[in-house]
Write a protein that binds this ligand. Structure first.
Ligand code: NCD
Length: 311
């Protein structure tokens, strides 16, 4: 595989291989010397046209721990702020001999477009409201750990409720596609105003009854209310949103025994997730962050680990 643009690019064997190699990569995290020689001499440019804490830092750490030369470019501080087009910016960096771009951009389809322009390999780190495949992979990685920790393996038959601002979320789209391959049963929960058009074609049950969905979910994945992508009133007040669609203390108590909580971050505490739920013993939020480095190491390794791309 040359690029990772969509979770749909992954068949079962490649998705599983990424998750399995990530297990090995995670061992590096607990070593005093966090370095493997696998990508020595390779150059990875992280180019972010949107804000990010987790994704950008974890890709940078992942590249460094694999001995790649990683360079961060952000739109602010680059010639983009002088009016240079995306195409010219990418061709300029490509001409320097970059091996891979990790790109985040506010336009859906940007990563795909870039992949058509440059010689380098491209990893989509979030394009608009479209996709965020490495987030879905790290979600799957954390869920798999959790399922194993309670003595149950595999995604088949597991119910994953994805709750909240589905309309603006690239995380939900990539999770739906990846779980189609891995076998988890995704249930979508949102107020009608935050449902994407065409959601009925995604092949997942859709409901606005969070309380009913919580009763049999093995994973409750909360999504951030994406204020920055909202122009109008998608819901009356934050308090009302929290009452209907927040993972409150009462809903935390109503979760099935053995069920766990995910959130891709950044969290709006008190809106989509209460502090009680965010910090609960069954919250995987920080496991997701830790696993995110390992999964991104594995993705970089799979794409850049041999001349052809190892996948
Ligand atoms: C998500 C994103 O940027 O799409 N966050 C992330 O990558 N950790 C979700 C979000 O911004 O709410």
């Amino acid at each position: 595989m040359r690029h990772l643009l969509s979770a749909a690019d992954l068949d079962l064997a490649s998705a599983q291989s990424i998750l399995d190699v990530a297990e090995e990569m995670q061992q590096v995290q607990s070593r005093p010397v966090k370095k493997l020689p696998a990508l020595r001499g390779r150059t990875v440019v992280n180019i972010f046209f949107e804000d990010s804490t987790r994704t950008r830092t974890s890709f940078e750490i992942a590249g460094k721990w694999l001995s790649a030369d990683t360079i961060n470019v952000s739109a602010k501080g680059s010639s983009v702020s002088k009016g240079e087009s995306l195409r010219d910016t990418m061709l300029t960096l490509d001409a320097m001999g970059v091996d891979a771009f990790v790109i985040r951009h506010p336009s859906s389809g940007a990563a795909q477009q870039v992949a058509g322009w440059v010689k380098a390999q491209v990893i989509n780190a979030g394009d608009g409201q479209h996709e965020h495949p490495t987030q879905a992979l790290l979600d799957a990685y954390s869920m798999r750990h959790h399922f194993r920790s309670i003595g149950s393996d595999g995604f088949a038959g597991k119910k994953i409720a994805i709750v909240g601002d589905l309309l603006h979320s690239r995380v939900v789209r990539s999770n739906v596609l990846l779980q189609r391959t891995l076998g988890g049963e995704v249930v979508l929960v949102a107020p009608p105003t935050l449902l994407p058009t065409g959601v009925e074609t995604w092949g997942c049950p859709v409901t606005s009854d969070f309380d009913a969905a919580i009763a049999d979910a093995d994973i409750v994945m909360m999504l951030r209310v994406q204020r920055e992508r909202m122009a109008g009133g998608f819901f009356p007040t934050e308090r009302e949103y929290a009452e209907g669609y927040g993972l409150t203390e009462a809903r935390l108590a109503a979760m099935k025994p053995g069920a766990a909580i995910c959130h891709p971050g950044p969290m709006n505490r008190g809106v989509e997730i209460s502090s009680a739920a965010a910090d609960a013993a069954n919250s995987l939020v920080l496991d997701q962050v830790a696993g995110g480095v390992a999964v991104r190491m594995s993705v970089l390794y799979h794409l850049l680990g041999s001349d052809e791309g190892a996948m």
